[in-house]
Design a protein around this ligand. Structure first.
Ligand SMILES: CC(=O)N[C@H]1[C@@H](OP(=O)(O)OP(=O)(O)OC[C@H]2O[C@@H](n3ccc(=O)[nH]c3=O)[C@H](O)[C@@H]2O)O[C@H](CO)[C@@H](O)[C@@H]1O
Ligand SMILES: C=C(OP(=O)(O)O)C(=O)O
Length: 434
């Protein structure tokens, strides 16, 4: 277990570029399993979760070649399904959430798929029913091996069908789409998730020869084809990293230019930070965060306290609420942070309270933050990163705090943020990996 030692209280200055999007990378890498031809993917973030997935594909027999920084070639002309039965596979697959998205492609191309209970952040219940109900609608047989916690699907043939998903699951929609592109006939998925991650996956599949309409909406229509060809695909900038950097700039009273953010794919994120009073200026495809000495949270028009809540896209992503929460601690004014999707993602506020932040955890889903308006800094402390996004929020808190803080279990941060210490130190942060 590694630790970050953070000397806080320094403002940062300069330019920073977001990495490629983690959650898109996990989808599009799995899509390489859908063809026996070469798939070239560029702007892959070389972070723990993504590297683990690439390793799983490699062990399945997919030829994976690193052509340059973030550039990979995948060729799944030979896939060794026997690997799925090995203890090594179980060990690797439970290490991350994204591994579940190999199921759809394997089922579509080889008629079977197995996955152990996938891992990922421990941020509440993370059911996978939507995935398997959708695959069953396409004609797959589904078994859950309770004793070993294995999910198994198989099918002689997949047939398109209409389905109304019980929830707009991000990885669930990706899995169903990847199975449906090779099913016979037409599949209609209503209440589909439509995050940029999924839009990108669908665009990539179309470039491979799939027939998908409704991309970007919650109603996808897929006309199955008999095979897919290779393609070249570039991953979008990571919108969660962009949001994390906006929050970091505000909290540390810094002026930062976030370069090449892919503004048209950020949805409501910049505007949500503006509602916290942060000056987020658009300059071409860059975001300039400035005048951060003071920021004041808006109230609703009727004067009542604002709520920042997550919602399926195009609502605000749940993956940024921890950052919104920490940023609010130094704002002027109050805000209710409502994490609707996950019930165990707000417990890290205890640490912020220890550091001097004014927060009331109302229940597992809601926390009220009363901003300090920089009347005093947070106090440095020792903490543990419980999950990837709480981890970055605690890092931001530590960077703004007076004194030296320690964050243990930073592997959680490394799961999603590439060389975060090196990149922030280049802007003037004082973070040491020990
Ligand atoms: C690898 C990956 O891509 N992980 C992301 C993916 O996880 P993942 O695909 O696992 O998350 P899901 O979209 O399936 O669901 C997330 C949570 O929200 C709940 N839910 C979901 C949809 C809905 O309409 N109503 C609802 O309540 C689910 O019950 C679950 O508790 O999407 C999540 C939601 O954006 C993100 O936090 C994760 O970072
Ligand atoms: C929750 C997240 O990741 P995962 O779904 O991989 O656990 C996240 O990226 O914030």
């Amino acid at each position: 277990m590694s630790t970050f030692k953070i000397e806080g209280g320094y403002s940062l200055k300069g330019d920073i570029e977001p990495q490629g999007a983690k959650n898109e990378a996990l989808q599009v890498i799995c899509a390489a399993l859908l063809t026996d031809q070469d798939v070239f993917i560029d702007n892959i973030p070389e972070i723990r979760d993504v590297l683990k997935l690439i390793e799983i594909l490699g062990n399945l027999g997919v030829k994976t070649e690193r052509l340059g920084v973030g550039q990979y070639r995948f060729n799944a002309s030979k896939v060794n399904l026997e690997f799925l039965k090995s203890p090594e596979y179980t060990q690797q697959a439970i290490g991350l959430r994204g591994s579940i998205m190999i199921i759809g492609p394997l089922l579509a191309r080889f008629g079977q798929g197995f996955i152990p209970q996938p891992g990922g952040d421990k941020i509440g219940r993370r059911r996978v029913d939507t995935h398997f109900i959708g695959l069953q609608k396409l004609g797959a047989e589904f078994t859950f091996d309770k004793e070993n916690q294995w999910y198994l699907v198989s099918a002689q043939k997949l047939t398109g069908s209409y389905m109304l998903l019980d929830e707009a699951s991000v990885t669930g929609t990706a899995n169903i789409v990847m199975a449906a592109v090779l099913a016979e006939g037409i599949t209609t998925i209503y209440n589909a998730a439509c995050e940029p991650y999924l839009q990108q996956l669908c665009k990539m599949l179309v470039s491979m020869g799939a027939k998908i309409s409704g991309i970007g909406s919650n109603l996808l229509t897929i006309e199955g084809v008999s095979s897919l060809k290779g393609c070249k695909h570039r991953i979008l900038p990571d919108m969660i990293e962009v949001g994390s950097f906006i929050g970091l700039a505000a909290m540390t009273a810094s002026e930062i230019c976030i370069k090449n953010v892919g503004i048209e794919h950020l949805g409501i994120i910049p505007e949500s930070f503006r509602r916290l009073g942060i000056n987020v200026a658009q300059v071409g495809d860059d975001l300039l965060i400035k005048d951060t000495d003071h920021y004041e949270i808006e109230s609703y028009i009727d004067g009542s306290i604002m709520t920042i809540a997550d919602a399926p896209w195009p609502g605000l992503t749940p993956d940024l609420l921890s950052v919104f929460l920490v940023v609010a601690t130094q704002a002027k004014g109050s805000v209710l942070i409502h994490q609707k999707m996950f019930e165990s993602r707000l417990f890290f506020v205890d640490k912020l309270i220890d550091m001097g932040a004014q927060i009331i955890l109302c229940d597992p889903h809601r926390a009220t933050v009363i901003g300090l308006d920089r009347k005093h800094s947070l106090r440095a402390t020792k903490m543990v990163s419980p999950d990837i996004r709480a981890g970055i929020a605690l890092l931001i808190a530590a960077m703004s705090a007076k004194g030296t803080s320690l964050i243990d279990n930073i592997e959680q941060i490394d799961r999603g943020y590439e060389n975060i210490d090196g990149r922030l130190n280049a802007l003037g942060a004082k973070i040491t990996r020990i």
